[in-house]
Design a protein around this ligand. Structure first.
Ligand SMILES: Nc1ncnc2c1ncn2[C@@H]1O[C@H](COP(=O)(O)OP(=O)(O)OP(=O)(O)O)[C@@H](O)[C@H]1O
Ligand SMILES: [Mg+2]
Length: 380
């Protein structure tokens, strides 16, 4: 489903008091000095999907405030989205001070945030992901889960049900003589949500690997992907949901004393990890150069965006690429622009220097960001 963001209004959001921008559906590049508010604008757009946005920040920190002022103030992001040409009015924000849940409105009516997935899907790449292959498994798991979530929005609910039941089980185990029936019930919940989580990750991984296989002509390094978690590996090997659920419940029950002693659960998809190998060099991503790592991740993101854009009944993905252009050499940058255009996706790119987007002149909308001021650039 063709999905285009055409109008955005930020009110008391981060550095913006009240700013408004009208978009024509072409790719958008945002140019401005450090601290101008480019990432803030991408973050605002990212809140048009469920979750905590591309900074994974606290809602209370998103309201505009002077340095030293307490957080928790009200803010709003309103948008007009065209879905196959039909205008849809969306809004989100903190409507009353101190509230720690954001409200979401569709045509003025409150809706649960999860419904946003019916209206927009997004895939993003931020500088925070530059160390993806160098840091702990948690970041890679979250990265993968975002990609899964863009294709299968139900993944978020399964992942949070799994986390919640896991925390409760550990509390029971460490707080002393636990009620065995209650533990069994929690483990059943964990096993059900956990096997759904592992299976969805395996499904996305396999589809991504296939998609990457079709991208040999692009100047982005091809990746060999693997999931190294026990449960994801079972899913990749074709073990069905029911069998996995049963095995996970059994392993959890058998591991109670061990987990209680360790103070954490030692089995389950919360221990999963994504491994990426630079196919041509046969080197793990962690051993690749900074630019190569960036290009590997970008190839994953583009592969997922390409897949999603073919799903007729789902909204087209919006791409948020923060500071990506600066890391790419000119050939890769041109290839990125060509691909965004070929996929007919609405992409938002940021950079501190207008020269980075020279090749986009006439093919994209440029916005100069300076403080709270958003000015459309003449790029024809
Ligand atoms: N809650 C807030 N209220 C007011 N200002 C904020 C708030 N949160 C962040 N800011 C300000 O927003 C500015 C940064 O915006 P942003 O991260 O969007 O910059 P940027 O244009 O992406 O810069 P860079 O090129 O360095 O990445 C900072 O000056 C920061 O102090
Ligand atoms: Mg930034």
């Amino acid at each position: 489903m063709r999905t285009v963001l055409t109008h955005l209004i930020l009110t008391d959001f981060r550095s913006y008091a009240r700013s408004e921008v009208v978009l024509d559906g072409r790719p958008v590049f945002l140019v401005g000095p450090n601290g101008a508010g480019k990432t803030n604008l991408l973050e605002a757009i990212s809140l048009l999907t469920p979750g905590r946005g591309l900074r994974n920040a606290l809602l209370a920190d998103m309201g505009r405030r002077a340095p030293g002022e307490p957080n928790g103030g009200t803010w709003a992001v309103s948008a007009l989205v065209l879905q196959d040409g039909e205008p849809v009015r969306l809004g989100t924000g903190q409507e009353t001070a101190g509230q720690n849940r954001r409200s979401v409105r569709l045509e003025g009516e409150a809706i649960p945030p999860a419904r946003l997935s019916d209206l927009t899907r997004q895939v993003w790449l931020t500088p925070a992901q530059d160390r993806l292959f160098l840091e702990g498994a948690g970041d890679r798991r979250r990265f993968l889960d975002r990609l899964v979530f863009a294709a299968e929005p139900g993944h978020a609910a399964n992942a949070s049900a799994y986390e919640k039941a896991g925390r409760e089980r550990m509390r029971l185990l460490t707080d002393g003589p636990a009620d065995a029936d209650w533990l069994t019930a929690l483990e059943a919940r964990l096993a059900q949500a956990g096997s759904l989580v592992a299976t969805a990750r395996a499904r996305t991984l396999a589809a991504l690997q296939d998609e990457i296989g079709t991208r040999a002509d692009r100047p982005f390094p091809m990746a060999e992907l693997t999931l190294t978690g026990d449960w994801e590996r079972l899913a990749l090997a074709g073990v069905g949901l029911a069998e996995m659920e049963e095995k996970l419940a059994r392993d959890l029950a058998a591991g109670r004393a061990r987990d209680a002693a360790a103070g954490r659960s030692l089995t389950g998809p919360h221990r999963g990890d994504l491994s990426v190998i630079h196919a041509e060099k046969q080197r793990p991503a962690a051993e690749c150069s900074t630019g190569e790592q960036k290009a590997l991740i970008l190839n994953l993101i583009l592969a997922q965006a390409a897949r999603l854009s073919r799903a007729e009944s789902d909204p087209d993905p919006i791409l948020l690429l923060d500071e990506v252009a600066a890391h790419l050499d000119r050939r890769r940058r041109a290839a990125l622009f060509d691909e965004i255009e070929a996929l007919k996706l609405q992409a938002f790119l940021t950079g501190t220097d207008g020269h980075l987007f020279e090749d986009l002149k006439g093919r994209a909308q440029g916005i100069h960001v300076d403080g709270s001021n958003l000015a459309i650039l003449d790029t024809e």
